[in-house]
Design a protein around this ligand. Structure first.
Ligand code: ADP
Ligand code: ASP
Ligand code: MG
Length: 463
């Protein structure tokens, strides 16, 4: 069995779904299980209309709902024509959109958008795309079968970033998904969405979570491979939107791919690697517009390079805690991290000195409460508008050359914090938010431009 996950652009319209169907057909002998995202842009639109409704702008929200109806029905018609079975699919999609409209009305009445209602609304994208894809695949002769992902992706009830329950997911796969595959069918499920184990209420895994769904399902069925089909040729040496000359990485180790994903390489959700690595399942990243490409293979046995890629992330908050009295006294760091744990906020980068600890957080929803608790430990300062750039490679720390080159490339850029991961594969620097792009471009030029190869000279500012 293999799991194939198709992102938003790979199912963005009727043509894209047809291309995706061809890719699924090319994998028929491998017993595929398909996971699909919402049509490109739909999750953003759903969240925006939910917010609009909750602010009381019901007419605007309902207009957006009708826009979604039009888009899905138009693609359904292009994909399926207008016969009786096409009409069934359109009726099913339309009933779902009616439900969405009712939800928007309810949100307008309540005037509040809780994480729970945000999940209810954003889940519609994957529910609709999976219905559309099943019908499209069937039209192309594939024995596709719709599976309600909420019945399989069992989670806790932390809405908007639900924690999957691997044993329950494996059990649901044993009961529903695997028997379908054994019967020669191709199960098709929405990514990103799930339901809470206790209540059955809809949850989501967080933005970009369809990759994570694919790897969780892959682990649950002990798949031979997980293929993430997207709109770029694979994992590249940087985000091509920031560095247009970024190159394909044909093979990369699980740990490096994981660092890249965590530090901004959006091509993979940061949690995707863990379930696969536990079972040694290779993960491939492939381009659905160029299926003949080799893509990137993420495995244990990847070649080791000084530097594999550059990543970057915006909107980071830097928190500094200074405590001349208490720092490095027994239990200080434990108390500090306990505060973040209590507020379920993960810390990305940490650096300590004799008298202070600096750390970065991505998610600031609980920041006020965290800062208030941290004040019991020392002086706290918060710096917003920061960003992170990361240089990832298995031998960054060896020999010192790569490190020296990274720092030289950033000459003139203010670095607020610097950290080398314990494994020595990730050199992370916190810079001003607006410096993230130029810093990525300069680092990339320094490590990957042709003139940079074999040279220890830092490249000039490419930005
Ligand atoms: P999908 O909808 O298929 O999940 P995403 O938009 O989530 O696609 O991820 C693909 C995007 O990730 C690419 O279009 C690219 O701009 C971005 N990206 C960021 N870093 C990298 C990287 N190192 N390699 C490839 N793509 C990257
Ligand atoms: N549709 C969801 C999002 O846009 C999940 C995904 O695409 O991975 O975040
Ligand atoms: Mg994605």
């Amino acid at each position: 069995m293999i799991v194939l996950k198709f992102g938003g652009t790979s199912v963005g319209d009727a043509d894209a779904i047809t291309r995706t169907g061809r890719i699924v057909a090319s994998r028929r002998t491998k017993d595929p299980i398909v996971v699909v995202s919402a049509l490109a842009g739909v999750t953003n639109q759903l969240i925006a209309l939910g917010e609009q409704a909750a602010r009381g702008h019901l007419i605007g929200a309902l207009r957006a709902v009708e826009g979604l109806r039009e888009r899905h029905l138009e693609q359904a018609e292009r994909l399926l024509g207008t016969d009786e079975s096409a009409a069934d699919t359109c009726a099913e999609l339309s009933a779902m959109i009616d439900e969405l409209a009712h939800l928007a009305e309810a949100l307008a009445t309540l005037g509040d958008l809780t994480p729970r209602s945000l999940d209810a609304i954003s889940a519609f994208g994957e529910k609709m795309s999976s219905i559309l894809c099943v019908a499209g695949f069937q039209r192309h002769g594939l024995p596709a079968e719709y599976v309600d992902a909420c019945q399989i992706m069992i989670t806790d009830s932390t809405f908007s970033r639900a924690e999957p329950q691997p044993d329950a997911i494996a059990e649901a796969c044993r009961m529903t998904v695997i028997p379908l595959v054994r019967a020669g069918k191709i199960p098709v499920m929405g990514g990103f969405i799930g339901s809470a184990k206790d209540s059955g209420i809809t949850t989501t895994l967080g933005r970009g979570g369809s990759d994570y769904s694919a790897s969780l399902f892959g682990a649950a069925v002990r798949a031979d491979a997980i293929e993430i089909w997207t709109d770029v040729d694979g994992m590249l040496t940087a985000d091509p939107r920031v560095v247009p000359t970024a190159r394909l990485i044909e093979q990369i180790a699980f740990d490096e791919a994981s660092e890249l994903a965590s530090f901004g390489a959006k091509v993979l959700h940061p949690n995707t690697i863990a379930p696969a690595v536990r079972l040694g399942i290779p993960v491939y990243v492939l381009n659905s517009r160029r299926p003949e490409g080799s893509g990137t293979k993420i495995t244990f046995e990847a070649p080791r390079r000084a530097v594999s890629a550059i990543a970057g992330k915006n909107n980071i908050t830097l928190v500094k805690v200074g405590s001349p009295r208490m720092l490095l006294t027994e239990g200080f760091l434990r108390s500090l991290f306990a505060i973040f744990e209590r507020h379920r906020t993960s810390v990305d980068v940490v650096a300590t000195s004799e008298v202070s600890v600096s750390l970065t957080v991505d998610d600031v929803t609980r920041l006020e409460a965290i800062v208030s608790d941290l004040r019991s430990l020392g002086d706290v300062s918060v710096e917003r508008n920061r960003g992170i750039v990361a240089v990832v490679g298995s031998a960054i720390a060896e020999g010192g050359e790569a490190m020296a080159r990274a720092l030289a490339a950033l000459g003139g850029v203010r670095v607020h914090m610097l950290s080398l991961s314990a494994t020595g594969i990730n050199l992370t620097m916190v810079v001003d938010d607006e410096q993230v792009k130029p810093a990525m471009q300069r680092l990339h030029a320094s490590f990957f431009d042709d003139h940079a190869r074999g040279s220890t000279e830092p490249a000039g500012a490419a930005a």
